[in-house]
Write a protein that binds this ligand. Structure first.
Ligand code: GRF
Length: 320
């Protein structure tokens, strides 16, 4: 399954184009489901349209109706089904609540080696400072401008006689290499079995008296000590012909298991062998996994397997 990205632009959209072409290379983990922005006449929108990418032209915001613009923007992004928002020369600052709702799912590219030169005119500032290199940075967008966690950078040498224009043109070449790669890596994080296992392991082993033991080649998590311990979870990496990397946990009954699978087939499946005894598979290799829900499943399954003395302790703790 590919991650769906919405690309927001204000101008030429050359980074947007780089993302669209990268998305058409074999095995690219993302697809561009929407190109939009704050300038309905941006040339980049015409290009996206010519390339057959869905485009929405939202009326240009005026100082008076800014909030209306951002509401419209978020609506079209929601309707596109995008998992991520990728800013590519989008010249507006997103409202704080907007960023909060999309926490960790908005990326930006900035034409400098951050933390140097946030904001505008980065190239002339780098030249004037006598820097040997300029460059570009891809980062996660947080409420503070140009300050989120850095995902990747590429340095570009500043040649003698360089002008802001010649430098900008070469930094863009670098941007076009960096951005698609950084987006691909970011949206693929949760396809990586090692990263998924690490996350599951941290949650499972945070529960009382747990240990990890391999079972039929899979990492399994048990509660209750070395001799009498019982399994409450397994990590299954594409077992028995499924494409899923999954966490297997115990449900209350076969009826519950079947209802889960029927209602949310994108989240749950009935695993081979374990399914017959009421274990459900929670699919982890998809964008937007709700890790709080995963933690809740682990706790519930742990409760089903833990000795009374431990669940009683947990109940007491829960009352506080
Ligand atoms: C790029 O230099 C990008 O780093 C900055 O805005 C510019 C957008 O250019 N945020 P384009 O529209 O992708 O050509």
């Amino acid at each position: 399954m590919k991650a769906k990205i919405a690309v927001l632009i204000s101008g030429a959209g050359t980074n947007m184009a780089a993302l669209v072409y990268a998305s058409r290379m074999p095995e690219c983990p993302f697809e561009v489901v929407l190109v939009t922005g704050d300038r309905p006449n941006a040339t980049g929108l015409d290009l996206a349209e010519a390339e057959g990418v869905p485009v929405v032209r939202i009326p240009r915001p005026t100082p008076k109706d800014k909030s209306q613009f951002f509401a419209a923007l978020e609506l079209v992004i929601d309707q596109s089904g995008a998992d991520y928002i990728v800013l590519a020369g989008f010249m507006r600052i997103l409202p704080e609540e907007f960023v909060a709702r999309w926490e960790g799912r908005i990326l930006n590219i900035h034409p400098s080696l951050l933390p140097k030169y946030p904001g505008l005119d980065t190239h002339s500032r780098a030249i004037e400072a006598g820097d040997s290199h300029a460059g570009c940075t891809v980062h996660v967008v947080t409420a503070a401008l140009d300050e989120g966690p850095i995902l990747g950078q590429l340095a570009v040498a500043i040649a003698t006689g360089e002008t802001p224009e010649t430098l900008a043109a070469r930094v863009k070449l670098a941007e076009h290499q960096l951005y698609p790669r950084a987006v691909a890596d970011y949206v693929s994080r949760w396809r990586d079995p090692a990263a998924l296992l690490a996350r599951v392991r941290a949650l499972a082993l945070a529960l009382p008296e747990t240990d990890e033991r391999e079972s039929h080649g899979s990492p399994g998590f048990r509660v209750g000590g070395d001799k009498t311990g019982k399994y409450f979870a397994y990590f299954a990496d594409q077992h028995h012909g499924t494409p899923h990397i999954a966490l297997l946990v115990r449900t209350g009954s076969m009826d519950e298991l079947l209802a889960l699978v029927e209602d949310q087939p994108e989240v749950y499946f009935k695993p081979a062998y374990y399914g017959a005894s009421g274990w459900v598979g929670i699919i982890l290799n998809r964008p937007g996994v709700d890790w709080d829900a995963v933690a809740a499943w682990l706790e519930r399954s742990w409760r089903g397997a833990a000795p009374k003395r431990l669940t009683r302790l947990m109940d007491v703790a829960d009352e506080f």
